[in-house]
Design a protein around this ligand. Structure first.
Ligand code: COS
Length: 383
């Protein structure tokens, strides 16, 4: 644990107040403008949200994964787009450097990421390689003392605002699959990098993704994460393991919000002369959501505790992300149903969450990839 119980409780209170008093009132505005106001981003910086998981010696709070999960549960109480502002800095955009970077790379990038002055982003997915991450085709071929990058990365979260990318690329085109892949930390202003235009998305308005195109982009040799070639796929997988626990916690947080909104609505809305919460068919939906949410939380918290204790949690992280993201999809669907016609109208915000949570079953590994990982770990364990 990085924090003592009292400090953690204060942090959770502070983040909770910020979520309830500053972020929730701006949800609809962010949806309408497709933009998170700069003033809120500044407050996120002041609160230290960009550095939650970055080690203290590099200016962050250095939360361990159990503490990170607690904060993510609180952040889930509002639109996921807010979390996305700093989500890559505390997750996939920084953890490659935290986990496998050289001391020089850590000193160069982590303090700026922790303060929010440097935005990090993670470039794994490509037009022809999503779930099959080891099939990526971007190359990083030797060039003098460095490398030259060529290829296209797709759906890259926060790329439009990024200052630095963690890029997985093939250093050895003759070695197919995972072994030929290396990870690099690449400054966004390097010559030869071009951004696509931000994609129009189903939900999570205010969070932006676009293509990142490398066209003879020359980078120095010390951009290689950890200074070792051929380790990039493993770096990406380790980053995703922690990221999946974080996402599981966010899903639980969002589900709690939707259950709270649904319960409040059901107790207030009257039909047939009484609040609809008194009807057993509504109660069944509330009860299913509450139970599934508690189960997901238990899974996430248990996986985080195991990881913090040093256990390998590849299977547990996949189970937590899989169950929690599917769970919040069902909870959001029931929330729309409980709200009835109002659930379909944007003023109530429920339809917005319904669209927002759809992504949780896709990014940082689809549900089908989580199933595959879980089963493979089971078979490996039994063999
Ligand atoms: N931690 C550390 N190392 C890992 C690992 C993990 N979680 N998962 C795999 N590895 C290692 C393996 O041990 C193996 O190493 P060796 O070659 O030394 O044995 C290597 O990485 C290759 O692993 P594997 O053979 O399992 O790779 P596969 O190509 O079969 O695929 C999956 C693995 C499907 C699990 C992977 O491609 C994946 O997670 N895909 C989804 C990608 C994703 O989440 N994308 C979302 C976009 S990024 S936001």
């Amino acid at each position: 644990m990085a924090l003592d119980a009292e400090t953690l409780s204060q942090l959770l209170d502070t983040v909770g107040r910020f979520v309830d008093e500053r972020l929730r009132p701006s949800e609809q505005q962010v949806e309408d403008d497709d933009h998170v106001p700069d003033a809120l981003i500044e407050e996120m910086k002041q609160l230290g949200l960009f550095g939650l998981t970055i080690p203290e010696e590099y200016g962050g709070l250095g939360l361990d994964v159990t503490e990170e999960v607690q904060v993510a549960l609180v952040l889930g109480r509002t639109s996921p787009a807010f979390r996305s502002v700093f989500g890559t800095n505390i997750g996939i955009g920084s953890q490659g450097i935290v986990i496998d970077g050289t001391e020089e790379q850590k000193q160069r990038y982590l303090p700026g990421m922790a303060s929010g002055d440097i935005i990090g982003s993670f470039c794994l997915t490509e037009p022809d390689s999503g779930s099959d991450a080891a099939a990526l085709r971007t190359t990083a071929l030797p060039n003098g003392n460095g490398y030259v990058l060529n290829g296209t990365k797709r759906y890259i979260t926060n790329a439009p605002r990024a200052d630095v990318f963690t890029v997985m690329a093939r250093t050895d085109p003759d070695t197919p699959g995972a072994r030929g892949i290396s990870a690099f930390v690449v400054d966004a202003d390097s010559p030869g990098i071009r951004l696509g235009k931000p994609e129009k998305k189903m939900g999570q308005k205010g969070a932006h993704v676009c293509d990142v195109v490398f066209d003879d982009c020359k980078i120095p040799g010390d951009a290689l994460i950890g200074g070792v070639e051929g380790q990039g796929f493993k770096t990406a997988m380790k980053v995703l393991d922690r990221g999946r626990l974080h996402m599981g916690a966010v899903c639980v947080g969002v589900a709690r919000r939707l259950i709270g909104d649904s319960l409040a609505y059901a107790m207030e809305r009257k039909q047939f002369g009484k609040p609809i919460s008194e009807f057993q068919l509504i109660q069944a939906m509330l009860a299913d959501s509450e139970t599934e949410c508690a189960a997901a939380e238990a899974l996430v918290v248990d996986a985080a505790r195991r990881r913090a204790a040093g256990e390998p949690v590849v299977k547990q992280a996949a189970m937590a992300k899989y169950f929690a993201s599917e769970m919040v999809g069902r909870v959001a669907d029931r929330a729309v149903q409980i709200h009835g016609g109002a659930g379909y109208i944007s003023d109530y915000g429920v339809e917005r969450f319904y669209r927002d949570v759809r992504l949780f079953r896709i990014y940082e590994g689809t549900s089908q990839i989580q199933q595959l990982i879980i089963a493979r770990e089971m078979i490996k364990g039994a063999a």
